[in-house]
Design a protein around this ligand. Structure first.
Ligand SMILES: [Zn+2]
Length: 371
């Protein structure tokens, strides 16, 4: 067991700013870490295509066992506030930020666990299966990086994505479709004092529609939110335009489409009743998947948990990850907890013991011989 090495790797990576679309320095440091382990890397040009300064990073470890390759993945970017991050280690291996930024354990904990597992694999000298690694950019932007990954380079059909909160042994086998939408309600401007009746009030139309939208949980397993609203020109003008944005998510892709149709109809009805028009735009940010509980990645995971003495707890999540994109490309897998807690907040923390346990789990998955 080598916690000081793990802490060194983790704290060094945390100290590098890596917000989405600005992963360059982080990626360079990660390349060095992999090279130090004797592992070659390849970077694609996803950055150019999504407006970032860095591509997705790939590595391939040939294995001497004639078993199918496994893909391990953890994303390189972080959310904000993520500039000037520092990892502070306290008693018991408790790690926090300095309080003014996120910590970035999402997803450096996953990357550090993978690197530690690879170091232990090398030290063990044991024969192992082929291992493929993918470190995507821009995961926090609805998996934009992994959506642009070059899947012709990946031969693995099974994956483990290290990117879930909770204790080690927790895993997500299903994640939702997330549909973002925006309505642009167009009414007619008029003077609010002299001729209010000459106008068509775009904000009032939007307000009437929003009041009818089933915000929250319209049915079990489906969530619906209105997150943005803007419109109007001045206090003395009947507003001619109002924009309303939101999202719908559910584990069932069909359910998302059904509720999108309903929400769209509400806006169309309210607009038509008031003599306004509405433009409805939507985009599926990520697509739902479900990895069956009797599939080989799940069974392998359960056995690996048993071997290292943790309880396998497999459930669905309403959050997306790069696994949503892997599933789209025929790679079946699980998203694994890797010690990240209170993510996307300045209260984010992780535990050195848990990251080490996660490294052991990864190693156990790599060395396992009978799927
Ligand atoms: Zn993450």
């Amino acid at each position: 067991m080598n916690q000081s090495r793990l802490w060194k790797t983790f704290s060094a990576l945390i100290a590098i700013d890596s917000p989405s679309f600005e992963e360059r320095l982080f990626c360079d440091a990660l390349k060095e870490q992999l090279m130090a382990l004797g592992i070659q890397t390849y970077e694609d040009n996803a950055g150019e295509r999504i407006g970032g300064n860095c591509g997705n990073l790939y590595s391939f470890l040939p294995g001497s066992l004639s078993l199918s390759p496994l893909l391990f993945s953890a994303h390189m970017d972080t959310v904000e506030p993520g500039h000037g991050k520092r990892a502070i280690l306290s008693d018991g291996g408790f790690i926090t930020s300095a309080g003014d930024t996120i910590l970035g354990a999402d997803d450096v904990a996953g990357i550090a666990a993978i690197l530690e597992a690879l170091a232990r694999l090398k030290e063990s000298g044991k024969p192992h299966r082929p291992v493929e690694l993918l470190f995507p950019v821009a995961e926090e932007s609805y998996g934009l990086g992994s959506a642009q990954a070059d899947y012709s380079r990946i031969s693995a059909k099974e994956s483990y994505t290290l990117d879930l909160g909770g204790t080690i042994g927790e895993a997500a086998n299903a994640a939702p479709t997330v549909l973002s939408f925006e309505f642009t309600v167009a009414g007619k401007a008029a003077h609010a004092g002299f001729a209010p009746k000459d106008g068509v009030h775009a904000v009032a139309v939007a307000a009437n529609a929003i009041a009818r939208v089933p915000i929250g949980t319209p049915e079990p397993g489906v969530t619906c939110n209105i997150g943005m609203i803007s419109g109007g020109e001045a206090n003395n003008v009947i507003p001619s335009l109002c924009k309303v944005g939101g999202e719908i998510r559910a584990l069932s892709h069909t359910a998302v489409l059904v509720w999108w149709k309903k929400v769209k109809s509400i806006f169309e009805e309210e607009a038509s009743a008031a003599g306004a028009t509405v433009k409805a735009e939507h985009h599926c940010e990520i697509t739902a998947y479900k990895t069956p509980l009797d599939s080989s990645p799940v069974r392998r995971f359960e056995k690996a948990c048993e071997r290292i003495g943790v309880h396998a707890n497999i459930h669905s999540t309403l959050g997306g990850s790069d696994q949503n994109n892997f599933a789209k490309h025929g790679i079946q897998g699980l998203v694994l907890a890797c010690s990240m807690h209170n993510v996307h907040s300045t209260r984010e923390f992780c535990l050195l013991d848990e990251i080490e346990q996660c490294a052991e789990l990864i190693l156990s998955l790599i060395l396992e011989e009978t799927p």
